[in-house]
Design a protein around this ligand. Structure first.
Ligand code: SF4
Length: 415
């Protein structure tokens, strides 16, 4: 077994710019609340952000706030408050930690950004159930609490091939959002502005894809843990120029690492793939553990979820419909297995880590025999970690550490 040594996470220089970008994003929202303008739309992380931006809304993403609640571990204190009003400990812990935080009048934004005391209240909330129904329930709670309209798109689930029928169904729902949004925005949708926003979003997606693909280099310049941080602009700023500038700089830094032989994990010995949600409250611990074990988690379905190859400025509604239905989380198990097979080959992966997230069955793929089928078909071993995205009551540090160490030892023996 690899010996535990003092190791340090190699930070990317772009992290400084990222901090500034995110600060600008949250201060802009806060300022809009105080000034009463521009209007604010809440959007699910793979919802129709392009449409909202093109209509002049500032866009806020509650899941991003959920991740902050998890990473700051404030979630541990706020989840029970949502449980107490009837939200089961088994439903999405982004939802429970966020609603609990609202009921407690707390937000991690206050500690991160001086002067911000609350999350930005929405003028409208817009969801897409492509990830799960929890987002719909989550937004409905806020809509009711603050008497704000909640609009949404109900997506297909378990999709194999994405057909024109799927695309037409979702495109129709997206187009139907326009009249009520125009009424709330007090302005008509400018088709040219929508095309431009979709174009920027597509470019953001292409750059983010390139960033993630640098991890195919051996040794990898990037880890999954880095990507959970640097994905923020792809989520909250897609459709803006600043996101493109950011990813161009990050990409240049990663390419320089490759050229200089700089590895994210010094003396990289093993390469793993992470399937499922991150464990936000343990990112640093897990990143450090894998560093100690000279093991790089090189890729993940999670970070790849903000790659939208289908976006096309010349066909905005249909291409948004396709992009948001082609998502991994929306797809059937046979599709997912083929996708994972391709990722295993592209990133030269030795093994898979499946995260069985207690409160997110939607983004948990190990409960219906997938790891076993992949092992049988491809001979790629895996482990399943029991945990959760935000609820650390579902996670054991000791057990996870022991499991991961044993798994890496097994990989070493195999080698
Ligand atoms: S996909 Fe999972 S983590 Fe994301 S909102 Fe839905 S239940 Fe929560």
């Amino acid at each position: 077994m690899a010996e535990a040594k003092a190791v340090e996470i190699k930070k990317l220089a772009a992290a400084g710019t990222l901090r500034k970008l995110l600060a600008d994003h949250f201060y802009e929202l806060d300022q809009a609340v105080k000034a009463g303008h521009p209007k604010i739309a809440w959007c699910t992380s793979v919802g129709p952000a392009e449409l909202l931006r093109a209509m002049g809304f500032l866009v806020y993403f509650p899941e991003n706030h959920g991740a902050m609640l998890g990473a700051s571990r404030m979630a541990t204190e706020t989840i029970p408050t949502a449980n107490a009003i009837g939200y089961s400990p088994e439903v999405c812990s982004y939802l429970t930690s966020d609603i609990g935080a609202c009921l407690q009048n707390r937000t991690p934004l206050s500690a991160a950004y001086e002067g911000i005391t609350a999350i930005p209240k929405p003028d409208v909330l817009v969801y897409n159930t492509n990830q799960c129904r929890d987002v719909q329930d989550w937004f409905a709670w806020y809509g009711q609490r603050w008497s704000r309209p909640v609009l949404g798109v109900e997506c297909y689930r378990g999709v194999g091939e994405v057909t024109d029928v799927h695309v037409a169904g979702i495109a129709g729902q997206l187009e139907a959002l326009v009249p009520p949004l125009e009424e709330i925005a007090g302005a008509r949708l400018d088709p040219e502005r929508l095309r431009e926003t979709v174009r920027l979003s597509r470019q953001c997606s292409d750059l983010w894809k390139e960033v993630l693909e640098t991890a195919a280099a051996v040794p990898s310049p990037l880890t999954f843990f880095d990507s959970t941080i640097h994905m923020a602009p792809a989520v909250v700023l897609r459709g803006t120029q600043v996101a493109l500038d950011y990813y161009r700089a990050l990409l240049a830094e990663l390419k320089a690492r490759i050229a200089d032989g700089v590895a994210a994990v010094a003396n990289e010995q093993h390469r793993l793939y992470w399937d499922g949600m991150p464990i936000w409250g343990r990112l640093r611990d897990l990143a450090t553990l894998f560093l100690e074990l000279r093991t790089c988690v090189v890729a993940s379905t999670y970070a790849n979820s903000w790659i939208f190859n289908a976006l096309d400025p010349d066909d905005p509604f249909r291409s948004m419909a396709r992009a948001y239905t082609e998502l991994f989380i929306v797809r059937s198990d046979p599709y997912k297995e083929k996708y994972l097979e391709q990722m295993i080959a592209t990133f030269a992966v030795d093994g898979l880590v499946f995260h069985d997230a207690k409160t997110c069955p939607n983004n948990t793929n190990c409960r219906h025999g997938m790891p076993q089928r992949l092992q049988e078909r491809l001979g790629v071993p895996s482990i399943t970690i029991s945990g959760d995205l935000n609820d650390l009551r579902c996670y054991s540090d000791e057990q996870t550490r022991t499991q991961i160490e044993a798994f890496v030892e097994q990989l070493a023996e195999k080698r």
